[in-house]
Ligand binder design. Structure first.
Ligand SMILES: Nc1nc2c(ncn2[C@@H]2O[C@H](COP(=O)(O)OP(=O)(O)OP(=O)(O)O)[C@@H](O)[C@H]2O)c(=O)[nH]1
Ligand SMILES: [Mg+2]
Length: 223
């Protein structure tokens, strides 16, 4: 009986995610779900991306248990920001995104970031209607995190390794991390970068632009 309930919840989520995806595709909005541990640098990555691509019309849905602090940070770069507070829920669901969409004008957005609740585990299982998931790992989290969180690595279209400016201060073996990602998901590019110093940001921006162009040509689902 319990299994049945869980299946129903996931089916309802997937149905709503499909409706979200249809709306995004009709409006020509490329949607990226950023998933990473608390404090891994998701908001800093979005801030730097918005700043570096002034010609792109960005929207952001920020998911956190509480506060609108992330939304306030990103509102400096775009007017299209909605904060979702999930309370005790450790991930965003398609219904949260649906609610947030009511506060966004999709026609005024080219690229929508969904910053998921800081958590490498729970968000992975929930389709939101995004075109791709991007796993965000930070060097301070340790070089074993890709291996310990295989599901997000396998489901991601790209992996960001952030806070690389802090590499000299922590014991992070980059090759171990890269080898683990390669084993789990050989086709996912890894962008080692620091939004704070700007190191490595260019390749990430290029990938984002190429992926967005692919969706405009109707190739989004192949990511
Ligand atoms: N030195 C350095 N600090 C960084 C970098 N990226 C993020 N930070 C800092 O790390 C802290 C956490 O960054 P956030 O961007 O808030 O992380 P987050 O993943 O959005 O956090 P939650 O939304 O709370 O899960 C902040 O103090 C950032 O300024 C980086 O590349 N280098
Ligand atoms: Mg954040």
């Amino acid at each position: 009986m319990k299994v049945q309930v869980v299946e129903n919840v996931l089916r309802a989520n997937d149905e709503l995610a499909a409706i979200n995806r249809g709306d995004f595709e009709r409006a020509g909005v490329f949607v990226v779900d950023l998933i990473g541990a608390p404090g891994s640098g998701k908001t800093a990555l979005i801030e730097a991306t918005l700043k570096a691509m002034p010609d792109v019309r960005f929207g952001v849905i920020a998911g956190d248990l509480a506060t609108q602090r992330d939304a306030d940070r990103m509102a400096k770069f775009t007017n299209h920001v909605v904060q979702i507070n999930t309370g005790k829920t450790c991930h965003l669901e398609a219904s949260h995104v649906r609610q947030a969409m009511a506060g966004l004008s999709l026609d005024a957005i080219d690229l929508l970031f969904i910053e998921n609740v800081g958590n490498l585990i729970c968000p992975v299982g929930f389709d939101l209607g995004q075109h791709c998931k991007v796993g965000v790992f930070n060097v301070c989290g340790g070089d074993d995190k890709a291996a310990k969180h295989p599901y997000i690595v396998r489901e991601s279209s790209a992996i960001v390794l952030t806070q690389v400016d802090l590499m000299p201060h922590v014991n992070f073996r980059q090759q171990v991390f890269l080898d683990d990602v390669k084993t789990l998901n050989p086709s996912a590019p890894v962008f080692a970068l620091s939004p704070i110093t700007g190191t490595g940001l260019e390749s990430w921006l290029k990938w984002l632009e190429t992926a967005r162009a692919g969706v405009r040509r109707g190739e989004g689902r192949k990511l």
